[in-house]
Design a protein around this ligand. Structure first.
Ligand SMILES: Cc1cc2nc3c(=O)[nH]c(=O)nc-3n(C[C@H](O)[C@H](O)[C@H](O)COP(=O)(O)OP(=O)(O)OC[C@H]3O[C@@H](n4cnc5c(N)ncnc54)[C@H](O)[C@@H]3O)c2cc1C
Length: 318
């Protein structure tokens, strides 16, 4: 591993400055750890104008929330490099090397991966354009704002049955596009949805088009009459941004949504110096859940460093 001077050696590097990463950094900064946050600046909820379900910050714009978070961590001496991207990580025995796009690198005693996910949307024209405004994934985040309106649920897998039943809580005018449900749409599921007054459409949606009046039109295969909606819920496939450690052979958890790094309660992976928090390991985590995970990871990293400091102090060669 390359040698670096002390300025390039950090107690902790946090990759990703979203809700999870900044919460980890807050704990580390307040624990007087020399901490560097590297953030490319593309948080998952950047498509939405407002955040909801975040106590104390309901209705705040995601960008304002993160700006405030950066100010808070900087007040404790944390360095935040905005617009920078980590391109490579390398693990040594006592440190990790963190390489930036462009070739510069730093070393750190511990690392928090808080890089989030990408929502891979179904390849249907119009979905990406409305993502975060009229095309939604989480009724807890945005359901209140469209309560009682004409809502659609575009299912992409059998797991979509849960979303189809859930959205009914926010409106009694719900149309479920059931093409994606496959075997989940058995007689029992049909009966449950029908009993709740949910309409089922079996034809495939080929386009979701914004109308001049602000409503949406779900266009169906075979030129059937389009369905007019105010908003449509769907689930993107979560793609975790964990390529930086994908070849390391770390323990993973296989789920119906894909493969994610396995972590313990503090967010520690199977590498003793690497923690992971937020959506990168937990795709259902909302902002407050990601904050909690980041906070735990920050405390976990500090506890590890405290132990290592003590072992070094008694001279056991760590
Ligand atoms: C449209 C939409 C609306 C949402 N609305 C809400 C809501 O109202 N309320 C709510 O609670 N939740 C909401 N969510 C969920 C919310 O976005 C997530 O819970 C939250 O963003 C997870 O935080 P995170 O820190 O794990 O990841 P992110 O917020 O995605 O942050 C990860 C950061 O890491 C950076 N990064 C990634 N790779 C690298 C790299 N190699 N080097 C440097 N930086 C890197 C990214 O650019 C990004 O800035 C919404 C999600 C979506 C898609």
């Amino acid at each position: 591993m390359t040698r670096h001077n002390d300025r390039d050696m950090w107690d902790a590097v946090v990759v990703g400055g979203g809700a999870a990463g900044l919460s980890a950094a807050l704990m580390l900064g307040r624990a007087r750890r020399r901490t560097l946050v590297i953030d490319e600046g593309r948080p998952r909820n950047r498509f939405a104008h407002e955040m909801h379900g975040v106590l104390g910050h309901d209705g705040v714009a995601p960008a304002d929330f993160l700006e405030r978070g950066r100010r808070e961590v900087r007040a404790y001496g944390v360095e935040v490099r905005e617009g920078a991207r980590v391109s490579r990580l390398e693990a040594g025995d006592r440190e990790l090397r963190v390489e930036f796009e462009g070739g510069r690198s730093v070393t750190t005693r511990a690392l928090v991966l808080a890089t989030g996910i990408t929502d891979e949307l179904p390849a249907i024209p119009g979905l990406a354009e409305g993502w975060g405004s009229t095309v939604l994934h989480c009724p807890y985040c945005h359901g209140w704002e469209v309560r009682g309106e004409r809502l659609g649920v575009l299912t992409t897998s059998p797991a979509g049955l849960h979303q189809a039943e859930l959205v009914r809580q926010w409106s009694d005018d719900v149309t479920v596009f059931a093409d994606g449900l496959g075997s989940a749409l058995d007689d029992d599921a049909r009966a449950r949805l029908a009993a709740r007054g949910v309409r089922l459409v079996g034809d495939r949606v080929v386009e979701v088009r914004a109308r001049p009046d602000g409503a949406l039109e779900a266009r169906l295969q075979g030129d059937r009459t389009p369905v007019v909606l105010d908003a449509i819920f769907t689930a993107g496939a979560p793609r975790p941004h964990d390529a930086l450690v994908r070849d390391w052979g770390l323990a993973r958890t296989e789920t119906a949504l894909g493969s994610f790094l396995a972590v313990d309660q503090s967010g520690r992976t199977s590498h003793e110096r690497v923690w992971a928090a937020g959506n990168v390991v937990s795709p259902f985590a909302t902002v407050p859940v990601s904050m909690a995970a980041g906070s735990m990871a920050g405390a976990g990293v500090n506890a590890f460093l405290v132990g290592e400091d003590a072992r070094r102090a008694v001279g056991d060669g760590v």
